[in-house]
Design a protein around this ligand. Structure first.
Ligand code: ADP
Ligand code: MG
Length: 317
């Protein structure tokens, strides 16, 4: 199947326009209508076969996740996603694969009203880059740099399930459906991120594990953090597993792939934030406080301290 037929059948025909798009797929470049009073927000994330997903991952899940990880980045900025471009490198034009991939991609795109406005299709080792654009009220984007000493640290949802899925897959053991769902179909916290604008002082999405990502907030803000390990939100499934508690904490701290939000909130805004997220049906847990030091400290329920092994996954290290 030639390149132009692939583009037309699997991408152009499936993409739905929204009011930001003047010209989408089919010309040399897309023409977008800029938001009048808003700031524009753009992110790009690449998934490489065997690095970001196991080689035997279903095509639907790869398409879903390629957009989900970007939606999570825009969520962390408090932005409304509007359009995306897709750079797709494929070893061959496998129609069943393309059908699954595009269905996964558009299942999320349609849910969040994101229009695919262009891209590039090439032959080579399977690699997917999605660039996602959107908008946020002028000056209201949630940054990593705003955390203040005394702020509460909160996270949405549960931590560690996706990392547990990867661990079990690597050990060739059976993996519970709830863990697989968290790994392959993370639900980006887009509405929660938007609800936090004007309320949270700092925000990040947890892609590399809480330790690494909270450390980005503390470094950017020039502060430290104290986290109560006993307050980490673990799923019922993970709580009930026959594993040392320390291993569960480790999954939550260094595992990554959670795609939850970690954010900081002043005392004054705490109740408002909790109410707002509650009304959106998004669980959130208070896990610690921002400190004046520059250290990120994890306290065990017994009063000791735990240092996670590493700062999550890093390319080239
Ligand atoms: P050009 O040669 O001008 O770069 P291309 O032949 O790469 O154009 O692409 C033709 C049109 O199809 C362009 O509008 C481009 O944005 C779009 N396109 C190419 N690949 C994809 C893709 N994977 N997803 C969405 N749009 C794509
Ligand atoms: Mg091109």
């Amino acid at each position: 199947m030639p390149e132009f037929d692939i583009i037309q059948r699997y991408f152009q025909q499936k993409s739905r326009h929204n009011n930001m798009v003047r010209t989408g797929i089919g010309d040399d470049a897309a023409v977008l209508i800029p938001p009048v009073d808003d700031d524009m927000v753009v992110a790009v994330d690449t998934l490489v076969n065997g690095v970001h997903f196991p080689t035997n991952t279903a095509a639907f899940d790869i398409g879903y996740k390629a957009l989900a990880v970007n939606l999570s980045d825009l969520a962390a900025m408090g932005a409304v996603p509007r359009w995306m471009t897709l750079a797709l490198t494929l070893p061959q034009a496998d129609e069943a694969w393309l059908e699954g991939f595009s269905n996964g991609l558009f299942s999320l795109a349609d849910e969040f009203d994101v229009c695919l406005v262009g891209g590039d299709t090439t032959q080579g080792p399977l690699t997917i880059s999605v660039q996602l654009g959107g908008s946020v009220k002028q000056g209201k984007a949630l940054l990593r740099s705003g955390a203040q000493p005394g702020d509460h640290i909160l996270v949405t949802g549960n931590l560690g399930d996706a990392a547990r899925a990867i661990q079990l897959l690597e050990q060739k053991q059976p993996v519970q459906e709830t863990y697989l769902l968290k790994l392959n179909r993370p639900l980006p916290r887009v509405a929660a991120g938007q609800a936090l604008t004007g309320l949270a002082n700092a925000c990040i999405d947890i892609s590399d594990g809480l330790y690494a990502d909270l450390s980005h907030i503390t470094a950017a803000s020039g502060v430290g953090a104290e986290v109560e390990l006993g307050a980490l939100p673990l799923s019922v499934e993970l709580q009930e597993e026959d594993l040392p508690l320390e291993d569960k904490y480790r999954l939550a701290l260094s595992g990554g792939d959670d795609y939850e939000l970690c954010f900081t909130v002043s005392d004054r805004q705490l109740e408002t934030v909790q109410h707002k997220l509650n009304s959106l049906g998004v669980a959130c847990s208070k896990i610690g406080r921002i400190s004046e030091t520059s250290a990120v400290v994890f306290r065990t329920p017994q009063g000791g301290e735990m240092t996670p092994d590493g700062l999550g996954y890093q390319h080239f290290s």
